[in-house]
Design a protein around this ligand. Structure first.
Ligand SMILES: C[S@@+](CC[C@H](N)C(=O)[O-])C[C@H]1O[C@@H](n2cnc3c(N)ncnc32)[C@H](O)[C@@H]1O
Length: 489
């Protein structure tokens, strides 16, 4: 067991929690002292099926050992993972797969004497990522970039994602609830309460895991007390608490108290649908969808994911076959695909190189082609267009349901900043459009100032039609959006 106690630092898996003391495996795993193998028994703590997912990390630590990760399941949920680092695994696993399912009652892994065991605790990752998202990072970026997550099983990943999103969606209610017990709104406490009160996880398991994350005795006692007390008390629901005051106020003013309340209720629930746009103009909502890659027609490029509300910006244009259209803020390309599919001659422009790359990949999967340019639309010049689509950068408050971190990242100043960019882009669109040409301006913001308010200030455009979509307008929900069809005067 001595070898397990040695601390090592592997930059390629930086941030993973390396335990310097023996790892509390409970009865899940037996490490035989001085033995050359690790045995995973089928009973005690393993999933009901025989399948134990084992994932080989792509990353290799500097000593060129291969990192192998085995996810272990507690009866509650995936709680921890072990990484065994051993050069021998290169031969065993690394050759062909990045994810191997093992069907066996016990698995014997050779471990050389110099191996190390590294424990990745999924709850530790959730708490870390909550801190990051509250400091301005996007949930998807955090999950995609965290090296500790890369090699985890899909079940682990789903657990991390669900816990993080649930905590963010209900953070206002959780903080309010915790006020009766403590002034400290520690992220460990927040995640613990989210898992007990909003994810229905067994309280003792959650408390054990959360308390196990910290070393200091005094702090462990504090966490234990607060979580135990809070587990016993009912949390009275009040969805409004999850929204910043300025946001609540702006929606009440723009749409009335009743609509604002309905929006706020639906936007903190998990969306259990995706909308697909098919080639040929059809669209479909899939409830309780599997992963997109598993839906029929993905590899063949028969459809793309596009929220229903996002289709209107192109539909409002009418018949556009043969029209020369500039998609001015195009990436990742949902509306570009729709424009191409409708027979237009499209130029897709976007200022972000990264996002343009994603647009190219999306069009390639769909087997669609158009002119693609990476440039700032404010400096762009070209022969004039019949129609321009300005799907403008915005505060994106209409997408809070899928991106609840925005509740903590957006403020009133952002609305003003976005308004300034939107006005500049409207100016560029004016110069790039033929006389009497049509501009469709759209945003996925729920802020009046970025939609109706901005249009009211325009003097060089005639407003032909406008449409406001609120998240509560459709039973299962829909992303918020604003669309205006304008004629150049
Ligand atoms: C709302 S997103 C566009 C979504 C896209 N139309 C779709 O349907 O998939 C806004 C886009 O504007 C781009 N953008 C922001 N400022 C820009 C500028 N000055 N010039 C061109 N593109 C810009 C961003 O990179 C971002 O991709």
């Amino acid at each position: 067991m001595k070898t397990m106690q040695r601390a090592v630092a592997f930059p390629s898996i930086a941030g993973a929690q390396l335990k310097s003391t023996p790892i509390p495996f409970k009865s899940c795993v037996k490490i035989l002292p001085n033995s050359s193998s690790l045995t995973l028994p089928r009973n005690a703590g393993l999933p009901p099926s025989d399948a134990i997912p084992a994932t080989v990390f792509a990353a290799e630590p500097p000593d060129a050992s291969v990192v192998v990760l085995i996810s272990l399941y507690s009866p509650v949920a995936v709680s921890s993972s072990i990484i065994v680092i051993t050069p021998l695994f290169r031969a065993c696993f690394c050759r062909n797969s990045s994810s191997t399912k093992l069907n066996t009652s016990t698995i014997e892994f050779p471990i050389p004497k110099t191996s190390y065991l590294l424990m990745i605790n999924t709850r530790k990752i959730i708490v870390d990522l909550l801190t990051k998202t509250l400091h301005g990072h996007f949930v998807d970026d955090c999950i995609n970039k965290d090296e500790r997550i890369a090699g985890l099983s899909q079940r682990d990943k789903n657990f991390i994602r669900a816990s993080l999103l649930t905590t963010l969606r209900h953070l206002g209610e959780i903080d309010h609830f915790l006020t009766s017990y403590t002034k400290d709104k520690e992220n460990i406490l927040r995640v613990g309460v989210a898992q007990i009160k909003f994810m229905g996880m067994p309280k003792y398991a959650v408390i054990d895991e959360m308390v196990g994350l910290v070393e200091a005795k005094k702090y462990r006692a504090f966490l234990n007390t607060v979580l135990r007390k809070s587990a016993k008390k009912m949390l009275v629901r009040n969805p409004q608490l999850n929204y910043p005051k300025w946001m609540r106020g702006s929606w009440k003013k723009a749409y009335g108290a009743e609509k604002a309340q309905s929006m706020m209720e639906i936007m903190i629930t998990e969306p259990d649908y995706i909308d697909l746009s098919y080639k040929g103009g059809k669209s479909e909502r899939i409830l309780k969808p599997p992963r997109v890659e598993k839906i029929d027609g993905y590899a063949e490029g028969e459809w793309w994911v596009q929220d229903k509300s996002q289709r209107f910006a192109v539909e409002i244009m009418g018949d556009i076959a043969g029209k020369k259209i500039l998609d001015m803020c195009a990436a990742p390309g949902g509306k570009t695909a729709q424009l191409i599919d409708s027979g237009a001659i499209v130029t897709a422009l976007d200022a972000s190189e990264k996002r343009i790359e994603v647009l190219r990949e999306n069009l390639a999967r769909l087997k669609m082609e158009c002119e693609v340019i990476c440039a700032d639309a404010r400096d762009f010049s070209a022969e004039k267009y019949d129609i321009i689509l300005l799907d403008a950068p915005c505060t994106a408050t209409g997408t809070i349901r899928r991106h609840p971190e925005m509740l903590y990242q957006k403020n009133v100043e952002d609305v003003q900043k976005m308004n300034a960019i939107q006005s500049e882009l409207l100016g560029s669109a004016y110069n790039l459009l033929k006389d009497n040409g049509i501009l469709v301006y759209s945003t996925c913001s729920l802020q009046y100032e970025e939609g109706e308010g901005l249009m009211k200030k325009q003097t060089k455009w005639e407003l032909l039609e406008e449409k406001r979509i609120l998240p509560c307008d459709v039973e299962d929900g829909i992303a918020g959006a604003y669309i205006a069809k304008l004629k150049k005067l």
